[in-house]
Design a binder for this molecule. Structure first.
Ligand code: ADP
Ligand code: SF4
Length: 694
């Protein structure tokens, strides 16, 4: 296939200071839970993106000194020369595939509590640190700023020793340069007050970087231009613009950000592709340097239009590059239809907060490139000529069938209903979740191209069907259903009254069976389902109260950057919320609630209850097949495996991973199924006489 000429513009080279980017695809820095802790994993993940055609790959936040550190968040450091090989490894993997590697140099002074180093934080202002540690930062004095200049210069020099092509000066929400820049800066010296003063530190860091780089590295800036908090913060068309005008020609490239991480990386539930264009559209009018912006871009048409309309010079993409590291190569090869589009769920962000390897709902190989040797595009050929039967076409079954088909197995995928996609199809019809259907659509489009995979709809299989099928391997991906009795984290036993007809499950609501109000939605699940259903019921005109034992509505969504938005959204919709309360009993016209920490009880009116607490696997077929092992063996079935929700209900990311893992591991030795665990290396030399490692 050949490239669509409409996208030629995306493959033009871009000059960035002394370096040339081979095309316009730019991956800004992003956290990945590997960084300094798992450097081999980090380096391979970056290298795979370079292989996939990205022209510029940036590291995540790379701290320069222990008096501004972010532990336990997993980021990079260049505190001393021993850090250099970690960065060098990523450089090498990226260079091996012809891309430029940038380090995102950052000084997060005063933002966090220095939990590891125990240094007193210093930042723009004497204020508590941003998280709730009982710690205040000291305001930077001139000596501190001079120290920062020195550390910064050393950081740049170390980055250059590591072999970076680009030093990216970070002005993001965690770093001091941005907090100086913000109108929230209340300093009264030459680093506060006027825009020129507030931008002084950023200017100094850019200038020091330029001096230290000596024209050998490009110097770029990634900075927030609008804080999305109105006049209290930077505003794109006010001081955000004035700031870029003020520093316009100083860096070799501007990478502009809108909002903090929550604002910049909104989920698809709350923001469409390219939502920030109105904020960054002005930037090219005030600088001649290349401009990068992000917007969860997955459509080549949108990308080409942004370049042709003169809005951006390079297409910034983090999440789309995680979901499909080969996005540029696919567009280049005229295979845009094969792009595995990001669904905007922010599970990748959650892996950062959990300090574990990057993971992605759409791309099961994310974070597994080094430790499991998985690749987003290629997979080992089949290990035998055996046929495989996959039962159930939800995300787990679809991914298993797709990856098995890619390996070359003869695969049959049987689905009970007319529609493929399982929960993804059902959930993508809920308010705000339409983009989740991409999990199904990418997989079905790939399956359509595989002559060795047969897909049967309307095929609910029982044990006799499975035995009669004649497949050597059977994988059950039959999913799960929501339970209605309230059992979950808070309840070991059914809630009294839960057997009543006016108790609904999410499956009932998704099937279009809506209760009359007032409705209580009991959320002991803590992710999206309860609040999305509350939204749906509210939109259908019901009075809705969401009750949860947790301290926050949708507590898990702090990890997907959605918590505040969900709370705001429910409030705007008029959904009442009650936290810290358990559902104790259900009566005909009310429910009894109990405070989770006290004996205090209260009743609220309710004509119906929606239980969002836990799910039960659809595993009857598995147990039927297991119940008669001799019959199963006679049928020639060598392995019977449950995956996804049928084994243990979890999020969609777990289902695609389970399906992929099954396919990767079929016909492999058990010893090959362990991931390679990265251990800290201890230097073999011992300090003379001390007996301690040095
Ligand atoms: P997962 O998230 O684990 O992929 P889902 O619930 O999304 O699970 O999908 C399970 C799919 O399996 C559903 O589409 C369901 O219709 C299908 N299914 C369940 N039982 C059978 C069966 N006995 N035969 C064929 N398909 C089944
Ligand atoms: Fe996109 Fe979700 Fe993957 Fe993140 S985890 S890259 S948001 S699909």
């Amino acid at each position: 296939m050949t490239r669509d000429p409409r996208y030629d513009v995306l493959f033009e080279p871009v000059q960035i200071g002394p370096k040339v980017a081979r095309n316009r695809f730019y991956q800004p820095g992003h956290c990945n839970g590997m960084g300094r802790l798992r450097p081999r994993g980090h380096a391979r993940m970056r290298g795979v993106k370079a292989e996939g055609g990205w022209a510029v790959i940036n590291s995540e936040h790379c701290g320069i000194h222990p008096n501004a550190e972010m532990f336990p968040e997993v980021v990079l450091t260049l505190w001393d020369d021993r850090d250099i090989p970690i960065l060098a490894r990523a450089c090498d993997e990226v260079h091996a595939h012809g891309a430029l590697f940038g380090v995102q140099l950052a000084y997060s002074g005063g933002f966090l509590a220095n939990r590891l180093s125990r240094e007193v934080p210093v930042g723009p202002l004497a204020r508590p640190v941003s998280e709730y540690d009982p710690v205040q930062a000291r305001a930077m004095e001139k000596d501190d700023i001079r120290d920062l200049h020195r550390w910064w210069r050393a950081g740049v020099q170390r980055a250059m020793q590591a072999g970076v092509d680009i030093v990216n000066v970070s002005g993001q929400f965690t770093v001091a340069a941005f907090h100086f820049l913000s109108p929230r800066n209340r300093r009264t010296d030459e680093y506060g007050g006027s825009l020129e003063n507030r931008a002084r530190l950023l200017r100094e860091l850019i200038e020091i970087t330029r001096e230290a780089a000596k024209g050998e590295c490009a110097v770029t800036v990634r900075v927030i231009i609008d804080e999305l908090i109105g006049p209290k913060g930077l505003q794109a068309h006010e001081d955000g613009k004035a700031m870029i005008e003020h520093l316009a020609e100083l860096p070799d490239l501007w990478d502009v950000v809108v909002g903090t991480w929550e604002g910049d990386s909104a989920t698809s539930r709350f923001a469409p592709e390219n939502v920030h264009e109105p904020y960054f559209a002005f930037v090219k009018s005030v600088t001649t340097k290349p401009v990068v912006g992000v917007g969860r871009f997955t459509s080549p048409d949108t990308m080409a239009s942004l370049i042709e309309r003169g809005v951006l010079d390079m297409i910034g993409a983090v999440r789309p590059s995680i979901a499909d590291p080969f996005l540029p190569k696919k567009i280049e090869a005229g295979r845009s239809d094969d792009i595995r589009e990001c669904i905007g769920c922010n599970i990748c962000v959650a892996s950062h907060f959990h300090a574990v390897n990057l993971r992605c709902t759409q791309n099961p190989s994310a974070g597994e490139e080094w430790r499991r040797g998985w690749h987003p595009e290629s997979i080992a050929a089949k290990g035998s000529g055996d046929a495989v039967l996959v039962v159930g076409a939800g995300p787990a079954g679809l991914e298993a069938a797709r990856a098995l088909g890619q390996r070359g197995y003869a695969v049959t995928l049987a689905e009970a209903t007319q529609e493929l996609g399982g929960r993804v199809s059902r959930e993508s019809r809920l308010p705000g979740l339409a983009a989740w259907a991409r999990v199904r659509d990418w997989r079905t489009s790939q399956l359509d191209k595989m002559p060795n995979v047969a897909v049967y709809r309307d095929s609910a299989l029982d044990a006799a069907d499975v035995r009669g099928f004649g497949a050597r391997h059977v994988v059950l991906a039959t999913g799960a259903r929501w339970r209605g009795d309230g059992v979950g984290r808070a309840h070991n036993d059914p809630v009294p009254g839960s057997e009543a007809a006016e108790v609904y499950t999410p499956d009932d609501i998704m099937a279009g069976n809506l209760p009359d109000g007032p409705v209580v939605v009991f959320d002991d699940d803590h992710y999206y389902m309860a609040n999305v259903l509350a939204e749906l019921l509210r939109q259908a005109g019901r009075e809705v109260t969401l009750v949860t034992p947790a301290a926050e509505i949708a507590a898990y969504t702090v990890n997907t950057l959605e918590l505040e938005r969900i709370a705001r959204h429910l409030d705007e919709l008029g959904v009442a919320t009650i936290t810290h309360h358990n559902l104790l009993a259900i009566a005909a016209d009310h429910v009894l609630l109990g405070h989770v920490y006290t004996e205090r009880e209260r009743t609220i009116p309710a004509a119906a209850v929606v239980m969002v607490t836990a799910r039960l696997p659809h595993d009857a077929l598995y147990h039927d097949l297991k119940a008669e092992p001799a019959a199963t063996e006679r049928a020639g079935i060598a392995s019977l495996t449950r995956i996804g929700d049928c084994l243990a209900p979890a999020a969609i990311v777990h289902a695609t991973y389970a399906g992929h893992r099954y396919a990767q591991e079929l016909d492999t030795e058990p010893s090959k199924r362990l991931f390679r665990h990265e251990l800290p290396q201890l230097h073999p030399k011992r300090a003379e006489g001390s007996g301690h490692e040095v």
